[in-house]
Design a protein around this ligand. Structure first.
Ligand SMILES: Nc1ncnc2c1ncn2[C@@H]1O[C@H](COP(=O)(O)OP(=O)(O)O)[C@@H](O)[C@H]1O
Ligand SMILES: [Mg+2]
Length: 313
């Protein structure tokens, strides 16, 4: 979005380009394209571009055009940013990374929520030690569970009578539940709502991207070629939906030997740099294979996992 356009008699053009989000990965591309387009016009001698970020209203107008009929958020909620955590393949660590990111943000005093969009394979409650059936309703909406870190969470495993009860639903029920988690849950004021997606480019992922105002996506992969390939598929879906990739996380990238400190590439050499470039992400992060992550997750204490590598995201 262009603001404050000034055209000087000396051929100098200055304006402000408002980006959708502060770390917009298309910033450099937009700057380059705008500069090239203006410099090719007769009389233009110099171009100065300042940057700022769109307001919530401007962003809503923009997303309103590309995502028609967004379900309305509960009137008691105010969610500043929605970030989805996505991968092509299961078991790469999406849920653990969603939980670790949420915990890091909560430690930094941000108000955080997690919407577990993995309706048939939910893992967020288990990771935080939240009991099944621990959710209550009120006249205003469904009250989310709250973790000991103060993170609000909603997941199908909070609604079923016990954590092993299976949710055997077809696509439309899954899509309906995801939309209800957005519209009917009393999230309150949130700085960030993280959405833990099921693997791949399934119905559920599409529902999230088309029904929630997703500001950006964190793509999770592992060094294996297969994981990289399916991440590219996820990216091609995001390109079609015009949703930016904020960062690529290569999980289980290496294992540091506790005795000699030497890193070992258990799943093969890293491809994260190429992958980040291929999907146009500004940031990439390598996370080690760390037995503590699995142990704390299994013990419902994922909030104690510290992944300083995630700080830039
Ligand atoms: N960096 C890591 N080091 C060790 N184990 C990990 C790591 N990341 C994830 N895990 C383990 O791998 C398994 C799959 O992770 P999960 O977060 O459930 O993946 P996904 O949500 O992509 O299916 C879990 O048992 C988790 O504890
Ligand atoms: Mg998961």
């Amino acid at each position: 979005m262009v603001r404050d356009l000034k055209i000087g008699k000396d051929g100098k053009v200055e304006f402000t380009l408002a980006l959708t989000i502060p770390g917009c990965p298309l910033k450099n591309q937009l700057e380059q394209d705008a500069r090239l387009a203006l410099m090719s016009l007769p009389g233009v001698k110099d171009v100065k571009i300042n940057f700022s970020v769109m307001s919530d209203e401007e962003r809503a107008r923009l997303f309103g055009q590309s995502q028609p009929n967004l379900p309305k958020l509960n009137q008691f909620n105010k969610v500043k940013r929605v970030i989805a955590v996505m991968s092509g393949k299961g078991g790469v660590g999406k849920s653990s990374i969603t939980a670790a990111l949420a915990s890091a943000l909560a430690r930094d005093c941000h108000k955080v929520g997690i919407l577990d969009a993995d309706i048939t394979g939910p893992s967020i409650p288990k990771l935080f030690g939240l009991p099944a059936g621990g959710v209550r309703g009120s006249e205003q909406g469904i009250l989310p569970a709250v973790t000991s870190e103060g993170i609000k969470a909603m997941s199908t495993n909070l609604l079923v009578p016990n954590e092993n009860a299976a949710v055997i639903w077809r696509g439309p029920m899954i899509a309906g539940t995801i939309k209800q988690f957005w519209t009917d849950v009393l999230w309150g004021d949130l700085d960030v709502l993280l959405v833990d997606l099921p693997p791949g480019t399934s119905d559920a992922a599409l529902t999230v991207m088309q029904s929630l105002p997703v500001n950006g996506v964190v793509l999770v992969s592992t060094p294996q070629e297969l994981a990289g390939m399916v991440v590219r598929k996820a990216d091609s879906m995001l390109k079609q939906l015009k949703i930016p990739v904020l960062a690529v996380v290569e999980n289980m990238s290496y294992f540091r030997c506790p005795d000699c400190g030497k890193p070992h590439n258990i799943f093969g050499p890293s491809h994260v740099e190429e992958l980040a470039e291929a999907v146009g992400a500004v940031q990439y992060v390598k996370l080690p294979l760390e037995p503590r992550v699995a142990q704390l997750g299994d013990a419902g204490k994922v909030g104690e996992v510290e992944m300083p590598e995630l700080a830039p995201i």
